[in-house]
Design a protein around this ligand. Sequence first.
Ligand SMILES: C=CC1=C(C)c2cc3[nH]c(cc4nc(cc5[nH]c(cc1n2)c(C)c5CCC(=O)O)C(CCC(=O)O)=C4C)c(C)c3C=C
Ligand code: FE2
Ligand code: FE2
Length: 391
Amino acid sequence: MAKVGVLLLNLGGPERIQDVGPFLYNLFSDPEIIRLPNPALQKPLAWLISTLRAGKSQEAYRSIGGGSPLRRITEQQARELQSELRTRGIEATSYVAMRYWHPFTESAVADIKADGVEEVVVLPLYPHFSISTSGSSFRELQRLRQADSGFSRLPIRCIRSYYDDPGYVGAMAGLVAREIQACPEPSKAHVFFSAHGVPKSYVEEAGDPYQKEIEACAQLIMERLSRDLGFANPFTLAYQSRVGPVEWLRPYTDDALQDLGAAGIKDLVVVPISFVSEHIETLEEIDIEYREIATEAGIINFRRVPALDTTPAFINGLADLVQQAMAGPEVNLDQAAELPSKVKLYPQDKWAWGWNNSSEVWNGRLAMVGFSAFLLELLSGKGPLHSLGLL
Ligand SMILES: C=CC1=C(C)c2cc3[nH]c(cc4nc(cc5[nH]c(cc1n2)c(C)c5CCC(=O)O)C(CCC(=O)O)=C4C)c(C)c3C=C
Ligand SMILES: [Fe+2]
Ligand SMILES: [Fe+2]
């Protein structure tokens, strides 16, 4: 039997407060996170945004103990998946590849090669595909494969997403059911799915299937709750973690919580739907920030469903996915990262008046020109801001 390497993809998180700045710089340097018409400006802009955001982010990481638990949990998931696969007679070894922090994708690939792995199964720890998450990690792996003939020779089977997989959906429904049952009047609890947001343009202009996969997933979890346990609770889906000034998927979680409070909802079961591990956006954003907003809006009982972490039903579901992938054809990284509709992100080259997509593109371009001039002035010490005594 071939030696199988299961490569788990995740985003990574700063383990100590001093990691926050460099972690954010890596994240904002990724064109799949911030898309610029001019790639030369990516790094300067990443530096600027990470510098501006670092204070707020550090404060959030401090409030959850000084760092992200993502590496510890992901490595635990990897160990438990490996042991489940071995129990099933599959000689697999699992590896963790983080996109923006340690252990980086390069080091996972180096370990795969050093261990003499003969075939690879790529499994994102993102159940729903997005350009900004699995898509970005697939592209990073593709770059490494193209630069390395040893790695590129290994057969590869990529799992693109599994938002509709019965194992994953069942594991989520099990966790949601426990929180509904813990409510004073279970049948009255309102189920509130809070998915990580993405900018609206990813979906509407670039063809990101993320929103469709999230909507279908929430529906499937509710159907499973109804089929297996007879629950017929009302539910809402909203999007959290907005960053920057552009429009993201709506409704926003904070607005939706206020609306539900105003509508008289008292018992809320909050389901963090895009995440399979506890991390800053569950522990800080939901448990602290959104809980406060909900309480102010009149919600009395705010119960947050825990993330899947190493829930046995989830680990079993992941093992099933790996087994299915191994039994199926090769699926390369290009196929895994492909978008259903290929739409250019910056199609509007013609000027058009008004607040429209074209004006947003031109605003972005003008901002880039202004930003470059500012950087040049900072470096050269000469320019209009110095003349005015502002620098
Ligand atoms: C600016 C754009 C961002 C997009 C788009 C985005 C999408 C996205 N992210 C996750 C999951 C995670 N994000 C995490 C951290 C994180 N993400 C962004 C920005 C975007 N994410 C920032 C700035 C940060 C850093 C934290 C902060 O300052 O807010 C993490 C790691 C968290 C940890 O514990 O360290 C995860 C995981 C998903 C699922 C997603 C889109 C589908
Ligand atoms: Fe994120
Ligand atoms: Fe985020």
